[in-house]
Design a binder for this molecule. Structure first.
Ligand SMILES: [Zn+2]
Length: 176
């Protein structure tokens, strides 16, 4: 499974996107509810009832859920009264069984439960490194310096060796 940097977020996304029309999430009272999810062009416009896309998304601790984005990377809106937002990270049980199964096809994974939600992790969860194309240094994925590298200067290495072979130097601050 090849992961790629997702915008300026701390998430990596992978696999092929799957269309989603609804998400099952807890409301403010803690009850499970199914919300319609739609793409909107801006904060004021009403949903156009184009569904949204879900990608597999992995956080820096290796926890895997789904990243929901609008079509053509526009905003997503949850329910009728929800706020429009660029993206939404949800656990795997928020998706329909069909969407979840489709998303997980390319992944060698195991599911686990955390605070009542279902997430996945890779069976061989390899660490990864983040390089800076400008300084030619590379960092641990969790390093605070790595987080501020701009998207166009960011490059992912799946092994330390790969980074070294491409001529990158371990950053002095986190010594990856
Ligand atoms: Zn660092």
């Amino acid at each position: 499974m090849k992961w790629r940097v997702f915008g300026s977020s701390e998430f990596l996304i992978g696999g092929r996107p799957v269309l989603v029309k609804t998400l099952k999430l807890r409301d403010k009272l803690g009850n499970w509810r199914r919300y319609r999810i739609a793409t909107v062009a801006n904060h004021l416009s009403s949903p156009v009832y184009i569904p949204a896309w879900a990608y597999l998304a992995k956080d820096k601790e290796g926890k895997i859920g789904a990243m929901i984005t609008g079509s053509y990377f526009r905003l997503v809106k949850l329910g009728r009264k929800g706020q429009a937002q660029p993206t939404l990270f949800v656990s795997l049980d928020a998706l329909s069984r069909k969407a979840r199964r489709k998303l997980l096809i390319p992944l060698d994974y195991e599911l686990f439960e955390e605070e009542d939600i279902i997430l996945a992790r890779e069976k061989n969860n390899e660490p990864y490194y983040i390089g800076n194309k400008k300084s030619r240094n590379f960092h641990h994925s969790g390093c605070s310096r790595a987080k501020i590298i701009s998207l166009e200067n960011k490059i992912i290495f799946y092994t330390r060796r790969e980074a070294l072979e491409k001529g990158y130097t371990p950053a002095k601050i986190c010594k990856p």
